[in-house]
Design a protein around this ligand. Structure first.
Ligand code: SF4
Ligand code: SF4
Ligand code: SF4
Length: 647
């Protein structure tokens, strides 16, 4: 019998739309310079894992917002009361796997693993689910990213992935699925395993309920055992019973009287289920895709409660409700209290400051690093962060701090030299510093806008920021060519243009200068360079215990010392230099140009050895666990070098 590629056009169109959305988003991300696609934005598994982490340790995973959480919860409820519609209708990995298997069937290479081997292999996905859930709920780190085929493919194997695991997973989806129906889904998909936990609700539900009741009664059962029991109960049900203890009334039902046993439904089931042998399909792999119903040649023989439109209608309702609820109930990425929060006189001395548009808080990691910073400030006693909205609320004891104190404490003063390549010869003799308050400027993202806007006037050399309400900015410029009005004209605009990856970007801004401002500094260009040079200084190899009389200072020109990549990787160079016997300190300085200095013991090494060490093609760096790793040497120095005694 000739087998059609697709029997269920509605489902095929929905699957195609999801795939098109994924691919389209990736293409837009690749060609549009100021757009970074959020490919995890709707991932239900990430949402559920992150929700578990929030319940267990109070923090959400990086890049996960209430959208994923509500979609995850909605899909979980849908699996309990209806079925695994996400797998059958939406999942892009499932779609790729299913369509590749259609190819395998056409090529005559597809087969189904049956019997004991099939049952044993099915345990694999539960093992992965257990580790993913346990690690994420204890750390907020989405461990699944290391080997998720979807995330690996759409992120271009970013730093969160483990390349080998991701490639194996993609191989399982792409190559495995050609030969074996739903190879990844049946045997390795951790979300498939989690779906089965919800589908088996008559067993897992009571376990979850008992765990919650015990928790409320103060009996804390370790998470490890709870997860093990819940996940193992589903795994064992699937392996030994081969159908779940489900409460869903939505099952494929076969009318035995009208059925001709033609097996068309069996051939067309993407999961390889023998529908023609069941009165009611209770197989653990059934996703209510309805391909069997639509392919059956005898009218009204295969049916599902709610009819053929039930799955897409249920999915549309669940997704729409999840998106609406996500808008209504924003969830904190991080919510922590510490110190005297609880004891601050029954909270009557607790006040809060809300920071909106804090663009530097964009994920759990950045929120957590802000929390680490503010928790060291006496008087600040709590923080809530909504990373997806770039919003932070800080709680403070108002007997110790005022609102302004809190703002001052979290503000990071910065300096930006926007003309690093100008030499002393080409620079004007003097620069002036003009200080003025700038509204709507707070963090590094705002500074980056100011930086790019000032680039348009070659007479402006840099700026620094200091706390104030509004934040004070000191603009440094050549007084012969620039006047304060020029700065006002550059900054007080609705939008400005800049180029990124060769593309022109129009950026909206709303900075406003406060009043007239004042001149606060006049300095030579050399002093300006020294002021704006961010010097680096690290001591190692027992520097403080060494005899300064025997210490020499090696110095060499370091032209790219202010390059941002070089600045970020200075710790690599430090680690590499620390392997040179006798080297004890490494620092940078602006004399009349940037220089690198290495302090070393004259009885252990000399300038030639240090220069040779600095010029190696690969840097040897020590990692935290004590092992070493080689990195390409990106540091360039301009010889000759000098060596002088320290004293
Ligand atoms: S089992 Fe996993 S990969 Fe397969 S369709 Fe379901 S969620 Fe997608
Ligand atoms: S039994 Fe029918 S509804 Fe279930 S997966 Fe197979 S074809 Fe789809
Ligand atoms: S396709 Fe319809 S008639 Fe044929 S075996 Fe399946 S249920 Fe029976």
């Amino acid at each position: 019998m000739k087998k059609k590629w697709f029997h269920n056009k509605t489902r095929m169109i929905i699957q195609l739309l999801v795939l098109a959305l994924v691919v389209g988003t990736l293409i837009v991300g690749a060609v549009k310079a100021n757009y970074t696609p959020d490919m995890e934005k709707y991932c239900p598994f990430g949402g559920l894992m992150s929700f578990g982490s929030k319940l267990n340790i109070g923090t959400m995973s990086c890049a996960i917002s209430e959208t994923q959480v509500f979609i995850g919860l909605g899909i979980a409820l849908m699996i309990v009361f209806v079925g695994k519609l996400f797998c059958g209708w939406l999942c892009p990995v499932g779609t790729v796997s299913e369509w590749l298997n259609k190819l395998g069937v056409r090529l005559g290479v597809s087969f189904t693993i049956k019997g004991v081997l099939d049952r044993i292999l099915r345990l694999g996905k539960y093992v992965l689910l257990f580790f993913a859930a346990y690690i994420t709920m204890n750390s907020s780190e989405l461990w699944c990213k290391k080997f998720c085929p979807y995330f690996g493919a759409v992120s271009g194997f970013n730093v969160d992935t483990v390349l080998l695991f991701s490639l194996l997973a993609i191989g399982a989806v792409v190559i495995g699925s050609i030969f074996i129906k739903k190879f990844w889904c049946k045997y390795f998909c951790f979300f498939g395993a989690l779906s089965n936990v919800f589908a088996n609700i008559l067993i897992t539900g009571p376990i979850i309920l008992i765990y919650v009741i015990l928790l409320l009664l103060g009996v804390k059962i370790p998470l490890f055992w709870f997860l093990l029991v819940v996940i193992a109960s589903s795994a064992l049900t699937e392996v030994f019973r081969f159908k779940f203890f489900s409460i869903s009334p939505f099952k494929i039902r076969r009318n035995e009287t009208s059925c001709t046993s033609c097996s068309v439904c069996d051939i067309n089931c993407p999961e390889g289920i023998d529908v023609s042998k069941e009165d009611s399909v209770t197989h653990p792999d059934c996703t209510l895709c309805l391909d069997c119903v639509k392919s059956c040649p005898v009218n009204e023989t295969l049916k599902v409660k709610g009819g053929r439109w039930m799955p897409p209608v249920v999915l549309a309702i669940v997704i729409a409700l999840a998106l609406i609820l996500a808008k209504q109930f924003p969830m904190t990425t991080l919510s922590e209290r510490w110190g005297t929060y609880e004891t601050a006189d029954s909270l009557k001395h607790v006040d809060k400051v809300v920071f909106e548009d804090l663009m530097s808080v964009k994920c759990y990691g950045s929120a957590n690093s802000m929390k680490n910073k503010v928790s060291r400030i006496p008087g600040i006693i709590g923080m809530d962060a909504w990373a997806s909205k770039h919003k932070v609320t800080l709680y403070y004891d108002n007997t110790l701090l005022s609102k302004t104190d809190v703002k001052r404490a979290v503000f990071t003063p910065s300096r930006y030299n926007i003309r690093k390549s100008i030499t002393l010869e080409d620079a004007p003799e003097t620069l002036v510093g003009y200080r003025v308050g700038v509204w709507e400027l707070w963090d590094g993202t705002d500074n980056a806008h100011i930086y790019r806007m000032l680039m348009a006037n070659k007479g402006i050399y840099g700026f620094s920021t200091e706390f104030g309400e509004p934040v004070y900015v000191i603009f440094y410029f050549d007084p012969g060519n620039v006047q304060p009005e020029d700065i006002k004209k550059l900054i007080e605009v609705d939008k400005y243009e800049y180029e990124q990856k060769g593309e022109k970007i129009v950026q909206e801004v709303n900075f406003e200068l406060e009043g007239e401002g004042e001149y606060v500094d006049t300095l030579s260009y050399l002093d300006y360079r020294k002021l704006f040079f961010s010097a680096y200084d690290r001591a190692f190899n027992n520097y403080r215990k060494q005899d300064p009389e025997k210490m020499n200072v090696f110095e060499v020109a370091f032209p790219n010392a202010e390059n941002s990549t070089v600045v970020r990787k200075m710790s690599y160079l430090t680690s590499h230099v620390s392997f040179e016997p006798g080297a004890v300190r490494l620092r940078t300085e602006f004399t009349d140009h940037p220089v690198l200095q290495v302090y070393f013991m004259s009885d252990s090494t000399n300038g030639e050895n240090i220069m040779l060490h600095l010029k190696k093609d690969m840097l040897t760096c020590m990692l935290r666990d004590g092992s070493t790793k080689e990195y390409e040497n990106i540091f360039k120095f301009k010889e000759p070098f000098t060596v002088k005694p320290l004293k």
